[in-house]
Design a protein around this ligand. Structure first.
Ligand SMILES: [Zn+2]
Length: 317
């Protein structure tokens, strides 16, 4: 058995030597509204976003059904309230529904109380619409704060999938945050990678994405196949992030199905939901990783030397 990276050792269930998960962030209009509330005045932009739940999700659900795999769908609360039937179809298809904020709120620089409010609103929406209590969380724009893991643990989340520091899932210590709890708790982290996000490959909208380039699905299929094969070879975890309003368009959906075919064909590849991967990690990994925060007390001025300190936020046990 080879290990994916020395920091995060993991083995897979019997008969499997690597894992893969196909995840879908059903942002719909929420990410544009959160970015710029006046975007609701733009009828065409709203239609570009609503293509996701209206057209793409049903198409993607058919692909997953045909391929007989389960996906993980990260759904902002506002999307759930706007498209309740779509969310119920996802649940009825046997897929995992997970948390992705309420209105895909920007996370950078917000305090713990504000973030807790977003989390709770998102939970309420998913419960009301689909009767779901998610165990997984993905921060909007993958922007986790240092206090976020404690807020997730407070609410019983099993895992997060927003950090970028590993090839394989691991258990991470929950920092003190503002909750006052000790660090005796942990959650599972399933790392992601910008190279495995369809946004970077395909996203373009005037005034929203900047100079986004819409790549050929043939090139993207090649690139993602190489990533999957490399994860498979080293025994790690391939996590693909798709946005239905991007990857659910015709030629991109065809390429995605071809990719799923290829990934399934890799010998010993466990194609499953992030929830199953997190459960396995929690059950089999003993080591708990603590993140050290880099502290720069104050910028001492031009020409002066200063030394940032690594601050371990978790309390000693
Ligand atoms: Zn998102």
């Amino acid at each position: 058995m080879t290990f994916p990276d020395e920091a995060h050792l993991i083995t897979w269930p019997e008969n499997f030597k690597a894992a893969a998960s196909f995840t879908f962030d059903v942002d719909a209009e929420s990410c544009t509204i959160a970015h710029d509330p006046t975007s609701t005045r733009r009828m065409s932009l709203m239609s570009h976003q609503s293509y996701g739940p209206r057209v793409a999700v049903p198409r993607l659900l058919k692909i997953l059904e045909r391929q007989e795999i389960q996906g993980t769908f990260f759904i902002p609360g506002f999307t759930a309230e706007s498209y309740p039937d779509v969310v119920r179809r996802i649940v009825d298809g046997g897929h995992e529904v997970a948390h992705h904020g309420y209105l895909h709120e920007p996370m950078q620089g917000i305090d713990a109380a504000t973030e807790a409010n977003y989390l709770d609103r998102g939970l309420e929406a998913l419960a009301k619409v689909a009767g779901v209590r998610p165990v997984g969380y993905r921060a909007p724009w993958w922007e986790l704060n240092w206090h976020s893991p404690a807020l997730l643990a407070d609410r019983g989340f099993l895992y997060d999938s927003s950090l970028l520091d590993g090839d394989a899932p691991y258990r991470m210590a929950v920092t003190r945050g503002d909750s006052g709890h000790s660090n005796s708790r942990d959650i599972v982290e399933i790392p992601v990678d910008w190279a495995l996000d369809d946004w970077e490959q395909y996203a373009f909208y005037p005034g929203v994405t900047g100079s986004g380039v819409i790549e050929s699905p043939a090139k993207v299929l090649e690139m993602w196949t190489l990533e999957a094969e490399a994860h498979h070879a080293q025994g790690s975890c391939f996590v693909l992030t798709n946005h239905p309003f991007i990857s659910g368009r015709p030629s991109k959906a065809v390429a995605l199905e071809q990719l799923i075919d290829r990934v399934k064909a890799l010998d010993g590849m466990w194609v499953t939901t992030l929830e199953r991967i997190a459960e396995h990690t929690k059950a089999t990994v003993n080591e708990i990783h603590s993140h050290a925060r880099i502290e720069v007390p104050s910028y001492p001025g031009a020409g002066a030397s200063f030394k940032p300190a690594r601050l371990l936020e978790t309390a000693p046990n």
